[in-house]
Design a protein around this ligand. Structure first.
Ligand code: ADP
Ligand code: MG
Length: 782
């Protein structure tokens, strides 16, 4: 067998290197793999294949025997088929859909106990075909391994194992002991009443093609048995048509065929010694086939030495890439020269309507340091809704304006821009600085006049949406750009400003509170300041989770009536999620009409949704801000970013469809004054305990960071940030939630090489490597 496999070998050409895998299947494997790596089939390499990690591991070094079984035990048994077949059972959930059970009665080599039963539910149009196919595979005498939780079945007086898919069973080589007798499917419709409550939900629905798919060539080859039993084995998630067992064989053969020196080390020896990390080749081998004395428990928790090594590698290169990027920025010269002296600080202080919180003070200090440094500021100001980010931005702008520079404040929507403009005009009324709002709704003549004043430097603070920059407006001397993105992330970045000919200091504000260590990877090379403290005098919002029943709705209505009588305003928010968008819109519209016509005919109810024109939206929103509308029914979240301090109730319909962080953002729209406010989370899904439990976190905590951490745990970073293009790097092994500690350590190592070993050959080599890695997008910088 040729042993010239390297990490760069295309998977599509694997058939040239290992036996028993044809060109067709090599290509199929490459295609399946490319799908998971989001690349083209031709480019899927052995490196990709080796990063297709097991989803779990099984210890088959000593397989259990039937005699050893106890109720609830999770073990693998080495079994032989006695009889196998399918039969129809009554479907309690649906009369239309037929439900089948496929069942195998089996014994072990020694007949050490009663025959055990392995079974699964099947449904769907192809169920019968699948049963026929399975019956062909599980002929009398076939040897197989079945892993799972064995339960005592008192009715049959033996142990049984329920599987989600018979695919989970592996037919082993050392083949049939007897010839293959025909096992005819037993039809036994409706007699058996052993259906557990969940019935059809857990049934397999599959196309028949699924079953007689890729090669089964090894089934009769005893030489391969050693890969699958008598050791710890990896169990993979099915990949395309490739079942766990086939993948195990292929990867095993690839690992045999690739030499250690073809798996080059990527981490310095010294670092590995310091961090107790094993070599890359060893890690890639052991992550698939754990060594005999490795603890499988560590593997399951992704804490084996193999896992740690590969995760570290993932994070180390990411951290290094980001630091390099930041280094490039820091070495850049900015045009502005900002000085902040004591007298100026006092002038700024005189403008403030209140005492800053400790957290705000810290943020201001960070920003002042950045402004005065030679390197351009690229800072993220992170703080919960209502934590008072605006005033911090305002102080930064004042400092820049005091130094003779212009400033720009950009918001995601016109309404928010207007709000900022109102606030800033009020705050800066007694300063010599002129604040102007430049938005799309200005009349042409007015716009031209303002643009002229901006270009000649007569306006010091320009407020607008991002169109402010995108429309090619010219400034005389732009020194600071503040970007308020509310909870949206990554819309406008410094790079974009630069591309348009500006190179100011940049302050980005976000209300997505995420853990600091995560912020580093998510926000790339931004420095982060966190406001983790609320201004004094807030009454926490009372949050209640309700199943959306008739009775509960009455209670909600009582609360609404009470608050409306007290002159307060109410938000009712509907989710708008992808596929069901139309239905959601109908829901919201119907609710709006119902509230308007039937429940509160004397009040003004407004409707706001994404399909409306911007001007219509603004109109509705402005009326809500002005208090002309008492109840605002809305499908969109973005437009709700407005500060209406008179609003005291936030009702969220189908709350289970929102992420916790989104709910937290919504909740932040109320409770802006000292009065008691309420957040009502209604859920139609009161059956799955998961939904109620998740929403329960909201009722328990008003801390955005805590909520975000939970959200991260439950849904992952992509969802937390509410956008797939949040620029999150893709990790092959690392997991930002699970492995935060490793991330921390990797970042420290990256800093060590960049700063303490600056200029060494080793560090230079690393930097080169980062530059040539497309993931970091450094090619575009510098
Ligand atoms: P966000 O961080 O969500 O943008 P804002 O800047 O809109 O929050 O501030 C929310 C409210 O809190 C505003 O009405 C603001 O005037 C007020 N506020 C901010 N900081 C303080 C403070 N230190 N003391 C009292 N009120 C404050
Ligand atoms: Mg704000």
């Amino acid at each position: 067998m040729p042993t010239s496999i390297s990490l760069d070998t295309p998977v599509a050409e694997l058939y040239r290197h290992i036996a028993r895998l044809g060109p067709t299947n090599s290509l199929k494997l490459a295609m399946a793999l490319a799908g998971t790596e989001q690349k083209k089939a031709e480019t899927a390499t052995i490196e990709d294949l080796l990063h297709y990690l097991p989803m779990r591991y099984e210890d088959r070094s000593s397989l259990a025997r039937i005699r050893d079984l106890q109720d609830g035990m999770e073990v693998s048994l080495d079994l032989y088929v006695k009889i196998a077949g399918g039969y129809q059972v009554r479907n309690k959930r649906s009369f239309k859909q037929r439900l089948f059970i496929f069942e195998i009665a089996a014994t072990d080599r020694e007949h050490s106990g009663q025959d055990v039963v392995v079974w699964t539910f099947l449904s769907g149009p192809h169920a019968q075909k699948i049963i026929t196919n399975y019956a062909k595979r599980f002929t009398r005498g076939s040897r197989f391994v079945a892993y799972g939780k064995w339960e005592w079945d008192p009715r049959r007086h033996t142990f049984s194992l329920r599987l989600n898919k018979p695919d989970e069973i592996e037919i082993l080589p050392l083949g049939p002991r007897a010839s293959r007798p025909h096992v005819s499917p037993i039809t036994n419709s409706g007699e058996i009443e052993i259906l557990p409550a969940e019935t059809s939900s857990g049934a397999t629905e599959d196309s028949p093609a699924d079953d007689d798919s890729a090669d089964e060539e090894s089934e009769g080859d005893p030489a391969l048995a050693a890969i699958h039993v008598g050791r710890r084995v990896p169990v993979y998630r099915k990949l395309g048509e490739f079942r766990p067992k086939q993948l195990r064989e292929i990867i095993h053969r690839v690992l045999l065929g690739i030499a250690d020196h073809s798996i080059p080390e990527t981490l310095p020896d010294e670092l590995r010694r310091r961090q107790l990390l094993i070599g890359r080749a060893e890690a890639l081998r052991r992550i698939h086939f754990p060594a005999e004395n490795d603890s499988l428990e560590d593997y399951e928790r992704a804490r084996s030495t193999a896992h740690r090594r590969l995760i570290f590698e993932d994070f180390f290169w990411l951290a290094l890439g980001l630091l390099v990027k930041r280094g490039i920025r820091i070495r850049e010269q900015k045009g502005t020269r900002i000085k902040i002296d004591q007298a100026m600080k006092l002038r700024i202080k005189a403008v403030l309507p209140f005492k800053l919180t400790e957290a705000q003070r810290r943020a201001v200090k960070d920003i002042f340091r950045d402004l005065q440094s030679d390197a351009p500021m690229n800072r993220l100001l992170q703080g919960d809704v209502g934590s008072g980010k605006t005033i911090v931005a305002c102080i930064a702008m004042l400092a820049a304006m005091e130094n003779g520079y212009q400033t720009a404040l950009m918001a995601p929507t016109e309404i928010l821009a207007e709000q900022h403009s109102r606030n800033l005009k009020r705050l800066l009324a007694r300063t010599p600085f002129r604040v102007e709002l430049l938005t799309g709704s200005l009349r042409a003549a007015e716009k031209r006049r303002l643009q002229g004043d901006l270009a000649s430097g007569e306006i010091q603070a320009a407020i607008g949406t991002q169109a402010l920059i995108q429309e090619g407006v010219s400034f005389q001397k732009l020194g600071l750009a503040v970007i308020d993105e509310q909870h949206r992330f990554g819309v406008l970045q410094r790079a974009e400003l630069r591309a348009r000919g500006f190179n100011p200091d940049v302050l980005v504000m976000t209300a997505t509170p995420i853990p600091r260590s995560l912020a580093m990877t998510v926000y790339g090379d931004l420095d982060v300041s966190i406001i983790d403290e609320m201004p004094p005098g807030r009454t926490p919002v009372e949050t209640k989770v309700f199943a959306s029943t008739e009775e509960n709705r009455k209670e909600v209505k009582r609360l609404m009536t009470r608050e409306l009588r007290a002159g307060r305003q109410i938000y009712v928010v509907y989710p708008l999620v992808g596929e069901s968008e139309k239905m959601d819109l109908q829901d919201a519209t119907r609710r709006y009409e119902y509230l308007r016509d039937r429940v509160f005919p004397k009040l003004k109810v407004g409707l706001l949704h994404g399909k409306m024109k911007p001007a219509e939206k603004d109109e509705v929103m402005s009326r809500f801000v002005a208090g002309e509308i008492q109840i605002l029914v809305s499908t969109t979240v973005i437009e709700v970013g407005v500060d209406v301090s008179n609003a005291s109730v936030m009702i969220v319909e189908h709350a289970e469809r929102f992420g916790l962080s989104q709910l937290h953002q919504l909740r932040g729209r109320v409770g802006r004054g000292a009065e008691q406010s309420y957040c009502i989370l209604l859920t139609a899904d009161n059956k799955t305990s998961g939904a109620l439990e998740r929403l329960g976190i909201m009722a328990k905590s008003s801390d955005g960071f805590l909520v975000a951490e939970k959200d991260l745990e439950l849904r992952g970073p992509g969802e937390l940030l509410g956008t797939k293009q949040a620029g999150l790097p893709v990790f092959r092994v690392g997991n930002l939630v699970r492995d935060l500690q490793i991330l921390e350590a990797a970042r420290k190592e990256a800093e060590f090489y960049l700063y303490k070993r600056e200029g060494s050959a080793e560090t230079r080599e690393m930097i080169e490597r980062v530059h040539s890695d497309a993931r970091f997008g450094l090619a575009a910088v510098g």
